[in-house]
Design a protein around this ligand. Structure first.
Ligand code: NDP
Length: 252
């Protein structure tokens, strides 16, 4: 049997935990060669070890995506090792709520630098390969991770929500331009998923709200989002699901 993503060359950012890790594993299971990017080299090595042990093909590329030159170097290394990238899951992100009264410009900047700056560095580094893959193979995918925060209102999370609104609207606009060149652009907007994301929160009221939510709600698992990404990439080349909002059944 031919796997649905056989022959595909995938890149996943934020692959050392959460959504990225689960998606990298699933894309590899479905037949793609997968390059995994994040800062924690030990976690990436463990992930590629697991993928290879299961018969997949993976390459760990430790990189800080806020460093534009480092992402460009990673893109060149991946192309040399695996061939032209035709699937990018642009997913690294951080969520750091704070009260406006605290004026935590450090946390605002951290989120903007990664969720917008790192996100755009990654687009810049890989879009040339995606365009080439679309021309050569007839299919290429850019899947960006936004959040339900791009649509709904979450006080103290306003900078995070703003960065995700950027990701959603940017993706929908870019889809028009890249779609005409055969590259599908999709944006996924998950509700709450059990990952390390919440572990970085320092705002006490936000932490209390998150803790309560995790106690009382059956939240999504990373594999649920991975399934959606793998599905988007396996669709016939003419089909582009533009935006996919994925909610825990009981989240408002
Ligand atoms: P995690 O914290 O588990 O994963 C975040 C990933 O981003 C890690 O692999 C981390 O690796 C990587 N990362 C962080 N900073 C950098 C950097 N400077 N350069 C490269 N990689 C970096 O959280 P999630 O899996 O939940 O988050 C993935 C995406 O999903 C994010 O964009 C998040 O906003 C979004 N999301 C999450 C939701 C949730 O409820 N969990 C809901 C909606 C959206 P490392 O530290 O090793 O660099």
């Amino acid at each position: 049997t031919v796997l649905p993503l056989a022959g595909r060359v995938a890149v996943v950012t934020g692959a050392s935990s959460g959504l990225g890790e689960a998606t990298a594993e699933l894309l590899a299971q479905r037949g793609a060669k997968v390059a995994v990017l994040a800062r924690r080299a030990d976690r990436l090595a463990a992930l590629t070890g697991r993928i290879e042990a299961n018969g997949g093909t993976a390459l760990a590329v430790p990189v800080d995506v806020t460093d534009a030159e480092a992402v460009q170097a990673a893109a060149a290394r991946i192309e040399a090792g695996f061939g032209t990238v035709d699937l990018l899951f642009n997913n690294a992100g951080v969520m750091l709520p704070s009260k406006i009264a605290d004026v935590r410009t450090d946390l605002w900047n951290q989120q903007v630098d990664l969720n917008i700056g790192g996100f755009l560095n990654t687009v810049a580094a890989f879009v040339p390969q995606l365009r080439k893959a679309a021309a050569d193979k007839g299919v290429a995918d850019l899947v960006n991770t936004s959040s339900i925060g791009a649509q709904n209102l979450f006080p103290t999370f306003e900078v995070y929500c703003g960065t995700k609104a950027f990701v959603t609207h940017y993706s929908r606009n870019l889809r028009i331009e890249l779609g005409s060149q055969g590259v599908r652009v999709a944006v996924v907007e998950p509700g709450i998923v059990r990952t390390e994301l919440q572990g970085h929160v320092t705002e006490p009221d936000a932490t209390a709200w998150l803790d309560e939510t995790f106690k009382t709600m059956e939240v999504l698992e990373p594999a649920d989002v991975a399934e959606a990404v793998a599905h988007l990439a396996a669709l016939p080349a003419r089909v582009n699901i533009e935006r996919l909002t994925i909610m825990p059944t009981t989240q408002a």
